[in-house]
Ligand binder design. Structure first.
Ligand SMILES: [Zn+2]
Length: 168
């Protein structure tokens, strides 16, 4: 016996809070990167063939297929390659919007990392902007990218587009 046809309008919106707890086993290269952060250092790995510096180091350079794990310390300042202004609030937002999420090409690295920039108006965010890390106090340092609270503008002139064009 089939159910009678439902004359009500179809459900188009459903609120379903979801929470997912998970454990990541960092492995050798990611562990090196994370442990360095606890010492206020940012350490990547260089490919011996193409000389690109990856953050974190990789078991294999995707271009050359060889380990890209010769340790290289990069600067804790760099250049914004791309950015996004978050204007929509959500439960896990680190700050009330608006705030600025950025990809930063740290000086000495060839791959950007993702973080936040504070201390600027959202409309002032731009490609080429020079930024530096704002670290947490010593007693809060740990093996996590959260050891960097956020990045702030250095006040230096913007880097030319050519400096980041091949790192987008
Ligand atoms: Zn390579």
């Amino acid at each position: 016996m089939s159910a009678p046809p439902d004359e009500r309008p179809p459900v188009t919106v459903l609120q379903a809070p979801v929470r997912l707890d998970y454990t990541v086993t960092a492995g050798h290269h990611l562990s090196t990167y994370l442990r360095a952060l606890a010492d206020r250092k940012i350490v990547g790995g260089r490919c011996p063939e193409c000389h690109k510096v990856y953050l974190p180091a990789r078991g294999a350079c995707p271009t050359c297929g060889v380990p890209a794990d010769a340790p290289v310390e990069v600067a804790d300042q760099g250049t914004v390659t791309t950015f996004c202004v978050i204007r929509i609030p959500f439960d896990a937002a680190p700050f009330p919007p608006p705030y600025v999420a950025v990809a930063i090409l740290l000086d000495g690295a060839d791959m950007p990392i993702f973080h936040l920039v504070r201390g600027i108006e959202p409309d002032a965010a731009r490609m080429g902007m020079r930024v530096r890390a704002v670290w947490v106090p010593d007693d809060q340092l740990g093996p996590t990218l959260a050891s960097i609270r956020w990045f702030e503008a250095t006040g230096e002139p913007d880097a030319p587009f050519e400096a980041i064009a091949s790192h987008l």
